[in-house]
Each structure stands twice: as C-alpha cells, then as structure tokens.
Design a protein around this ligand. Structure first.
Ligand code: AMP
Length: 401
C-alpha cells in the first residue's frame, strides 16, 4: 500500500516522501481514510507506531478542504492536546514538517516558557494549535486564544493526560469548544476513565487498535538483574562501562532519584543528565539534545518526562527502579527497539520490588528471564523495605506540563 492510495493531496505526499517514508504504517493505513471522511476516532496506539503522521496528515488535508485558511484573524481550527511539553514540541514539529507545502499556520504552546511570544503568535492567527492543557487554559483565561471555530480536536496520549491529573483541565477546555467538531482520541491503554471520556466526546467513532510495529515480544529482549538495593548504582556503572554502551535511557521512580543518579554516574566518569518535570524547559531540551547527539551517554528520566520522547533506535533502556504502575514498564521498554531495530531492556530489581515485578509479569503474561551478574549476587538475608510512593503522580499537575 502507498500513501497515494490513501487519498492524500500532492503537497502532503511530497512532504511525506521528503521524510523518506514509502509505506504507511498500519495505523496510518487504517486511520487516514476515515479521518479524511470526517469521522471521529478512538485510536489505541502508542508512540512509535506512526500515529502522529496518522492524524496530522489527514488533519492538514481536512483544514485545506473545509475552511477558509486566509480568513482575517484566523481563529484556531484544529487543536492537538498533549500531556507533556516534549510531546507538544514533537507533534508541533511534525505538523510543520508535513504541512510545509501548505499555506497553513501552526503554533505550539506549553508552560515553562514566556507567555508573551505565544500571545503574539496567536494574535497573528493560527490554523493548528498544539498545546499542553495548563498553558492553553492560561491563554483561554486571558482571552488570547479563540477556539470558537474549532473543527478538529485531537487528544494525544489521553491516558497519560488523565494519569497526570489533567482531566479537569481538559473538561474546562472542552467547554470552550463547539460540539460540532471532529474528535480524535489516542490512548495506549483503555481504563474505564478513558472509555468514559471517549463516550462523552466521540460520535460513532472508528475503533482502531495497533500494536507497536515491533511488539515487545519480538524485537526487545528483556532481562531482570536481581541485585541488592544499595548496589544498583555500582552495577549500572559496571554494565554501561563494561559493555561500552554509548546511549542509554535509565528510568528512576522519582525526580530526586533521577538527579541523584545522574550526579553519581558523572562521578563514575559516565556523562549523564537527568530529565524530569522540575527542570526548566530549556534544561530539558538541552539534556535531550545532548543525549541525541551523543554528547551525553546516559539520560536519567522519570516516567512522565520520558513519555512520548521521540528518540529513534535507542539500543538500551534500563529500569534502575521498577515503576509503581505496571503499564509504565511497557511504555518504558517501548523506548527501545524502534523502527525494526533490536533493543535491550534491563531491569535492576531488588528485594523491595518483587511485588512490582509480579504485577509486570502478570500484565505481560510471561516471566522475564532473571540473570544474576557475577559479583552482584543479592544477599538472601535482605528483607524488603516499603517503597515510597511519589505523591505527585496522582495530583493534578497543571503547572508541570
Ligand atoms: P510516532 O508514533 O508518530 O511517534 O512515530 C514514530 C516514528 O516513526 C517517528 O520517528 C516518525 O518519523 C516515524 N514514521 C512515521 N510514519 C512512518 C512511515 N510511514 N514510515 C517510516 N517511518 C515513519
């Protein structure tokens, strides 16, 4: 199947071919024709499936077909809501890339940066707005954005937006939108809460569900290294050093843990930086840039910060600590083995985390192989200690995205 056969216009096909894509991914094949017809969509897809192009390409074409792009003042006609700044930036970049031959304007707005330049951009008129909920509400409150003419709404990573406590913000934004619109909702998981949101928002939606192109089962090898809690850092440095890994994404449960681990790795002579919600936008972008270019070998991230990061073909993902929520394990290891490349996901698991491990294995419906590294045998006498739950996770987190 080709992009031509999906009914996309020449300007979009040109942009797609310049990106080097020749075949639409499964979600693109299934979603694009229906979105072009104006249908609502409930899409079960995570990052890495090509979902961004799957909704951006037909969205751009719909805007060309249905509106008056040169209207004075240009009210916003399409809105993409994302949970994190990084995802907003990535989606915004895709909108610009795919729409480069179309006379449409787009803007990306998120918190953590000055609001005035955003106000100036919005005032000039924007067809497509990519935004995180908190900052968008600030603009709505200040009357600097006009959503009254919105024809298309996309909720990207809706499950994560709910996890981050954005539901009330989303509902407040919805109250400003026309009900006569096309709505596309993407989510990697389908809790009761997501299904309720979908029931409220979507009209006779198409349901499309795709696995990652390279599902965890086939191209990501997973290993557990049992180890004592106070020897994890040493083991991590050893693994990175002995294998000479050059690009490693490491997950911790907390922001504080991420900072501390990045500092310790630096002391071990391994370049590392931390990325999490408490860092300024500039610091996060810089850390990601340095990691992508290879200047920094290790990026230590919390779940929220890492979600949706588009880092291609990451060879190694390490769970320094298992996540409290089993689904996050799947999201984490999804950062490796992308685009058909083989990936490796290692988890350093101490006695405190055995229950979390059981939850993960139950979710995956299989056991993950355990390999004890020589010299790091866990002490069988060690007793589990309770894991401190980070409170931030379930708290409404408007200011962080
Ligand atoms: P996404 O799931 O939207 O984050 O996309 C994951 C990655 O796949 C991105 O780096 C895209 O640039 C890339 N991609 C999207 N569609 C295609 C395609 N049809 N062929 C090859 N790569 C693609």
């Amino acid at each position: 199947m080709s992009f031509e056969s999906l009914g996309l216009q020449a300007e979009l096909l040109r942009a797609v071919s310049e990106k080097g894509y020749d075949t639409p991914t499964p979600i693109q094949q299934q979603a694009i024709p229906g979105i072009l017809e104006g249908r609502d969509l409930m899409g079960g897809a995570q990052t890495g499936t090509g979902k961004t192009a799957g909704f951006t390409l037909p969205l751009l074409q719909r805007l060309m077909q249905t509106g008056k792009p040169r209207m004075a003042g240009r009210p916003v006609r399409a809105l993409v809501l994302t949970p994190t700044r990084e995802l907003a930036a990535q989606v915004g970049e895709s909108v610009r890339d795919y729409g480069k031959y179309l006379p449409l304007r787009s803007a990306t707005i998120f918190g953590g940066v000055k609001i005035n330049p955003q106000i100036r951009t919005l005032r000039k008129g924007v067809d497509i707005l990519v935004a995180t909920p908190g900052r968008l509400l600030d603009h709505i409150g200040q009357g600097t954005v006009d959503l009254s003419q919105l024809g298309i709404l996309v909720l990207d990573e809706a499950d994560r937006m709910l996890d981050m406590g954005f539901i009330r913000d989303i509902r407040r934004i919805l109250a400003h939108l026309s009900v006569d619109r096309q709505t596309l909702l993407f989510s990697a998981t389908f809790s009761g809460e997501i299904r309720k949101l979908a029931r409220d928002l979507l009209r006779e939606p198409m349901h499309i569900e795709v696995a990652r192109q390279n599902s965890a089962a086939t191209s990501i090898s997973q290993t557990i290294h049992p180890v004592d809690r106070d020897r994890k850092r040493e083991l991590l440095s050893r693994l990175i050093g002995a294998n000479d890994w050059r690009q490693v994404l490491v997950f911790t449960r907390t922001k504080h843990g991420a900072n501390r681990l990045a500092d310790q790795l630096q002391k071990d002579g391994i370049t590392a930086s931390a990325i999490h919600g408490n860092k300024s936008q500039g610091a996060r972008t810089r850390a990601l840039g340095e990691f992508k270019t290879g200047k920094v070998r290790v990026l230590v991230a919390t779940d929220i910060a890492a979600r949706g990061l588009d880092i291609d073909q990451l060879p190694h993902v390490i769970n320094y600590e298992l996540p409290n929520v089993a689904e996050d394990y799947v999201h984490r290891i999804g950062r490796t083995g992308r685009a058909g490349n083989h990936g490796e996901a290692l988890s350093l698991v101490c006695v405190d985390e055995l229950k979390l491990l059981r939850d993960i294995e139950r979710l995956l419906r299989r056991e993950i192989p355990k390999v004890v590294v020589e010299g790091f045998e866990p002490d069988p006498a060690q007793r589990p200690q309770p894991i401190q739950k980070p409170h931030a996770r379930r708290r409404p987190a408007r200011r962080r995205a």
